[in-house]
Design a protein around this ligand. Sequence first.
Ligand code: PLP
Length: 506
Amino acid sequence: MQLPFRLQRFVYLDNNATTEPWSRVVKVIARTLRKAWGNPSSLYRIAHDSAHILEDARNVLAQVINAESEEILFTGCASEANNQVLKMQVDIKPDGRTAVLSSPIEHASIMTSLEYLQSRGVTVQYLSVDTLGRVGEADLRSKLNSNVALVCIMLANNETGVIQRVAELTNHAHDAGALVLCDCVQALGKIPVDVKALGVDYATFSAHKIHGPKGIGALYVRKGAPLAPFLHGGHQEHGLRAGTESTHNIAGFAAALRLLAPAVTGRELAQELRTGIARLCPQAVFHSAQEQSLPNTLSVQFPGTANSVLMGFLDFRGVAVSAGSACNTQANEPSHVLTAMGLSAEAARETIRFSLAASGPHATRGRDVRYVLQSLEEFFGGRAPSIGMLYPAQLEERLLFQDDVWIFDVRHGYDRLLLKSLPGAHEASYPYRRHYGQVPKNKHIIVVCQAGFDAPVVAYALRARGVAQVSFVMAGMLGWKLQNATLYQKHAGQNIQVLAHGEVTK
Ligand code: PLP
């Protein structure tokens, strides 16, 4: 990968968002596309090769998670698999049961499907979690009744890494006659996953979290558990998920599964990071437990520091981390996981997730952790380049129309359809760095994005290019419109200049 201007290293600590594919995986995918491109449902040799790839991959996944190969269905992603199990609740209502119980810290693919279920008349109730995000057995028992059809509890959380006692919780659910869906996406490859030992009825998986390709997931359905077809059409995936199978991605998934590390590692490095952070920033609060949590995940609150600013600085230093779930970073909302654990919205907005790679083509190494600590030391030691932070209320008419202010609007085209730009803004589209050369160095640059996460990254990059005064707008256009509804009505979308692509920054 080509490193942007002035970076010393590239350290990727966002492995819960996605992982770098093994080169073996890339090779297998390319070979499948070239040599085994037949339709697995057809009846000649090249098609048989494709059908064999499917069956082989089913066997490999079944072996890894201790299932039977007939219990595995391939899906377009884990989100789809979660949707499939949840949305069928509207139709199947086993024994007339119409309620779903769920932990409140599930992935967005579950949380938003649950909202949909509620809109379709299904009763959804949330279990409580303690300050470490653990679901309590007593609370589950007290909420189970003869109307509960499904209980939804993830094995390991993507933001904090907390691991639930799924086997025990499943026993209680089964005693009450309910089925259990367990999202195992983050657990696979990091801790052992044995669906029989967990006892769950449905489990979901995703290849891109284990150094495999994106766009392929899997659903485990225990023999005998009901499943309604999700995509209607051909007879693929036992007639339950129509559509010609993505054989190259499935082959890539199998290759990644074959490369899963036999012994789970990585805790020592996460511990080194934890100790180093505690030393540098004694007020830091750790939301990840040291035990009963994923060995690679560290969720840390840095009180008094907006996570978007620290993320922007770390990006400037070549370190990729996130504020929590990748699915929520485009919205200006605090993490639902952290708030369910009892944190305030402010504390959630001061929290960063580091997720290390225990394996993969570039497994995290000691020197990566030390580089991150060195970067944090620079930041907390006051040696980071200064960027200004404007609260939406501070960006009022007087500042907006100053001659020496230059507004740099960095948003996706779709976001601009939802919200117009600030008056006089210069609109740049992805990749923003193509436009950096057009930004004047002698003006006060105000960077604004949709929700406040992209802008600090751009602000630090501009400082690195010699722009003297750069500020960004907290909470982005979403926050600004909320605070300044009248100004938005009056001025937004006026005299905008759309920047033509400049030269790509080396
Ligand atoms: N479940 C969890 C816990 C996840 O972390 C993710 C990915 O972020 C998903 C589900 C969705 O996976 P996919 O990207 O395959 O839809």
